[in-house]
Ligand binder design. Structure first.
Ligand code: MG
Length: 275
């Protein structure tokens, strides 16, 4: 099943997607804390209120997550291009709910940064509370998957050893367009991710190449903090980021970035200079 957070006639709605229709979940305005996996398995559909999918505007699939945890350096080829060492523990950092934006929204290129870059990623949406979850049980906490673009201001990322200021710009991280339930996605390692910049493929990788798989990430993170319904994990980007290319391929006004994960979804965002 597929679910999304949308607006229709300015009204926020959590919806189930059924072909070309969006069917509202009764009494629920967005996906997140109030839509655990148990609810999504038997969603309270208001079929009489269904609207055309072509008439909705896509919000971030989870507009107000309690936590947004991101993984750095989760693919060997990306570690190699950044000239870093492989670690036995995943590199973790965070974003804020205010960092998120919709699957087709314009992304503001801030006047302060001269190095805006793309990072296509698979997004994990948590569906069940988990604290100190064993790796063997970890996938039970996952509601499903979506697509993310961890847009990064590289010059700000590398100002210090902490990446926060390069990773958490307002409205610069598109997530969506919808959440695909874990049972529909099946084996994540079979998925392929592709990022395109103005129709040119710049990243392409199988999820099989992740160093820390989804179960390991959920187990590792839940050791120190409880994961709750609607919490998000950005699972890291494969090789091919623009900053590490020769010559560099940084994002400019009017560029269009597409991130697609087969069987999950597709983002398409235009970069627009912020004034
Ligand atoms: Mg990333």
């Amino acid at each position: 099943m597929r679910f999304a957070s949308v607006t229709h006639d300015e009204q926020p709605l959590a919806v189930k997607i059924d072909d070309d229709r969006a069917i509202p979940l009764r009494g629920i305005t967005e996906l997140g804390r109030d839509t655990p996996a148990s609810l999504l398995r038997e969603p309270p559909l208001d079929a009489d209120a269904a609207v055309r999918l072509s008439e909705v505007r896509w919000r971030p699939v989870i507009p107000r997550p309690g936590k947004v945890i991101c993984i750095g350096l989760n693919y060997l080829a990306h570690i190699a291009e950044t000239h870093r060492e492989e670690s036995e523990y995943p590199v973790l950092f965070t974003k804020f709910a205010s960092s998120l934006t919709g699957a087709y929204d314009d992304i503001p290129r801030p006047p302060e940064s001269g190095a805006v870059d793309y990072e296509g990623e698979l997004l994990v949406v948590i569906g069940e509370r988990g604290r100190r979850v064993r790796r063997e049980q970890a996938l039970q906490c996952v509601a499903g998957y979506a697509v993310a673009n961890d847009i990064t201001m590289r010059d700000y990322q590398y100002k210090t050893h902490q990446w926060l200021q390069g990773k958490a710009w307002d409205a610069a991280t598109p997530i969506g367009p919808w959440l695909v339930s874990a049972d529909e996605v099946g084996d994540v390692s079979k998925l392929t991710l592709r990022t395109k910049l103005n129709d040119q493929v710049v990243q392409e990788a199988s999820m099989e190449l992740m160093i820390f798989d989804i179960a390991t990430l959920v187990a590792t993170i839940s050791e120190f903090t409880a994961l709750e319904p609607g919490d998000l994990i950005l699972t890291g980007t494969p090789s091919g980021v623009g900053f590490r290319r020769n010559p560099q391929l940084l994002l400019g006004d009017g560029d269009v970035v597409v991130v697609e994960v087969e069987g999950v979804g597709r983002l398409e965002n235009r970069i627009v200079d912020e004034r």
